[in-house]
Design a protein around this ligand. Sequence first.
Ligand SMILES: Cc1cc2nc3c(=O)[nH]c(=O)nc-3n(C[C@H](O)[C@H](O)[C@H](O)COP(=O)(O)OP(=O)(O)OC[C@H]3O[C@@H](n4cnc5c(N)ncnc54)[C@H](O)[C@@H]3O)c2cc1C
Length: 368
Amino acid sequence: MTDLVVCGLGPAGRGLAHRGVARGLTVAVVDPAPERRWTATYGAWADELPDWLGPEAIAATVPRPMAWGTRAHQVERRYVVLDTARLQTSLSLPGAQMIADRAVQVSPERVTLASGRSLAAARVVDARGLTRSPTRAEQTAYGVIVDAERCAGLDPLFMDWRADNGAAADETCSFLYAVPLDNERMLLEETCLAGRPALTGSRLRARLHHRLRSRGIRLTGAEPVEHVRFPMQGGRPGPHAFGAAGGFLHPATGYSVAAALAAADAVAAGQDVWPPAARVVHRLRGAGLRALLALPPADIPLFFDTFFELPSAAQRAYLSGRTDLAGTVSAMRTLFAALPWRLRRRVAAATLGIPVPSRDRRVQPWEE
Ligand SMILES: Cc1cc2nc3c(=O)[nH]c(=O)nc-3n(C[C@H](O)[C@H](O)[C@H](O)COP(=O)(O)OP(=O)(O)OC[C@H]3O[C@@H](n4cnc5c(N)ncnc54)[C@H](O)[C@@H]3O)c2cc1C
């Protein structure tokens, strides 16, 4: 019998299957298009990535990215942009059975495919990602890839919430993400961190163009474009799902790729990667998303000023400490205590699930 069947060959499923093969398991993978090449640009904090990931998977490193709320903050943490093609190739699957099909029914030891075929395995893991739904907050972004010399003087930006993108003060706000792809190119992306509904691509495009014009960066119109849209909610922690489907996506930041790669080895080994502390952290992160959705747009830059003034260890715990309950609680408490009173009331209410008038329909507990 096959040791492991992985349904879904995104970064999480492929990472898991790769580590399964590396451990000597018999592995089968199911995806409607198992050979599809990934095109998204993935970024991550360098310290989140597993040791087994080869350096070829890293395209560019930013030693200390900048973050702007209403003022500048230097983030004391190395950020990397992955080389998507090399990452995918490096997650090689020698000897794995590749099945081009759609999983329609997935249970812990059996999967039924759209073709009618059924596969049994010692373990079946659902890594089919998340489906879009109007009840789920999404992250959206519109980006252009620009010659680095045309953005000379623009520091790499983890997020820049300054108000030079032409958005009205009461509109859902968005930030500029700017990272090198290599020595010659930068990705400049206007991002709606979380919205329900999130900002549309055309709105973000107009804001990006406005912002870049304000900063003296001219576009020719021939730049390659990146469109981003993915759900931020809906994953279910547990032994039978992985990646975004399995609760690895941070609902308040949208990051998941590094966390899934970091856990792939343990999941392949059959270990429990959801100890009680991790499950509580997952819920706290969901509360973090509710707080973000409840804040008035004009207060978001101030919120991030406060966040990026936290000690680096607290920032790290909140952004990446998937199993670090003490660190997450401490970071959230310190952040809360440092916020202006006006914001505290809203954040407290949203965190506790108390309805507050906001630009967003409240997330119901069963929708988390
Ligand atoms: C342009 C872009 C940029 C992004 N940048 C970042 C970033 O910088 N950092 C970060 O962490 N995240 C980023 N994200 C989000 C990230 O891509 C997702 O969170 C991540 O891909 C989730 O990985 P996953 O493997 O769990 O699921 P997915 O990537 O969604 O993969 C799911 C896989 O399952 C397959 N599948 C679906 N249905 C079935 C089925 N019925 N049967 C079998 N297979 C099925 C799909 O074909 C797909 O291959 C970005 C997203 C986009 C679109």
